[in-house]
Design a binder for this molecule. Structure first.
Ligand code: NDP
Length: 286
């Protein structure tokens, strides 16, 4: 990689960022298209994020970047403009600087839908979905699923009140969407599991290899598709148990790829080299 005086810098803002796979994926994409651009991860504590962004935004060769935990909501308050998706979620995962103007986008929901279609071959329109979790990722996914017209959306979360708040938020925007908030107790979930077409784990349970599955895969409809947003470990207990029962099960690497590809396209106005980006990501998971 050759750095020049004109190299455009894209920054990943997060805390921490050490384990992020975005730098390897985005730099491979810049190189593949011969772009004089560089993507660097910066670990910025929350208290320093506003000043960091304020200082960087006026640097002429700063092009934007990505925002991850815990800065996504703070970023929404710091940009000049928000895309409709970022405004809806009040969260930014992509920053684009255009003529000195900093615009916040959110590609998480669209990235999830693309992965669902490509990696799982699943079209959610009219389907019944159980979404586990009510945090930032679950919020993006709930809005994306409501937008494409799912037939029913169950949101199940350890803290029921958060599930209810998310259900009301999504229901307020999509009044035609059937949404029900649930807790995470196993018994009441059994009839729901038998009736759904898609299960999405958007909780952080599974990040440790020893984490158990939050649901009993044996209670799922045998045609159901299971998606776990977690990609490291590559196969969570949930995915392992789903596969053992013959269910189609995919991890979160595809969502990571597609949200990153959509960010790349917003920065460069060029089609993202998906095969190169996928290759760079998968090289980390032999
Ligand atoms: P948040 O911290 O915003 O939300 C965490 C969620 O996990 C909450 O719903 C929380 O429930 C739930 N949770 C945490 N611990 C437990 C537990 N012990 N039992 C049950 N539920 C629990 O995180 P995000 O929404 O940003 O991320 C969620 C997951 O999605 C993470 O694993 C992350 O790595 C992954 N992710 C993957 C992406 C991809 O591109 N593949 C993109 C973004 C996220 P409660 O409300 O009760 O605390």
């Amino acid at each position: 990689m050759r750095i020049t005086g004109k190299t455009k810098i894209y920054v990943l803002f997060g805390h921490p960022v050490q384990h992020s796979l975005s730098p390897v994926m985005q730099n491979a994409a810049f190189q593949a298209l011969g772009l004089d651009c560089l993507y660097i991860p910066w670990s910025v504590p929350p208290r320093a994020f506003p000043d960091t962004l304020k200082a960087l935004r006026d640097m002429e060769n700063f092009g934007g970047g990505n925002v991850t935990i815990p800065h996504k909501e703070q970023a929404a308050a710091l940009v000049d403009d928000l895309s409709p998706e970022a405004a809806l979620l009040n969260a930014v995962n992509t920053l684009v600087k255009e003529e000195g103007h900093l615009v916040g986008h959110n590609t998480d929901g669209a990235g999830f839908l693309q992965s669902l279609r490509e990696d799982a071959g699943f079209d959610p329109k009219g389907k019944r979905v159980l979404l586990l979790g009510a945090g930032g990722a679950a919020k993006a996914i709930a809005f994306a699923l409501a937008e494409v017209g799912v037939g029913g959306l169950f949101i199940s979360n350890r803290t029921w009140q958060r599930a209810e708040t998310l259900a009301q938020l999504v229901g307020g925007k999509y009044p035609g969407c059937q949404i029900l908030a649930l807790g995470l107790q196993k018994e009441p979930l059994v009839p729901v599991l038998a009736s759904i077409d898609l299960l999405v784990n958007a909780t952080s349970v599974g990040l440790h290899a020893s984490d158990p599955s939050l649901i009993d895969c044996g209670a799922l409809n045998p045609q159901a598709v299971v998606v776990d947003l977690i990609y490291n470990p590559e196969e969570t207990t949930l995915l392992r148990e789903a596969k053992a029962r013959g269910l189609k099960a995919v991890n979160g690497l595809g969502m990571l790829l597609h949200q990153g590809a959509l960010a790349f396209e917003r920065w460069t106005k060029q089609k993202a080299p998906l095969a190169v980006m996928r290759g760079a990501l998968f090289s980390r998971f032999p």
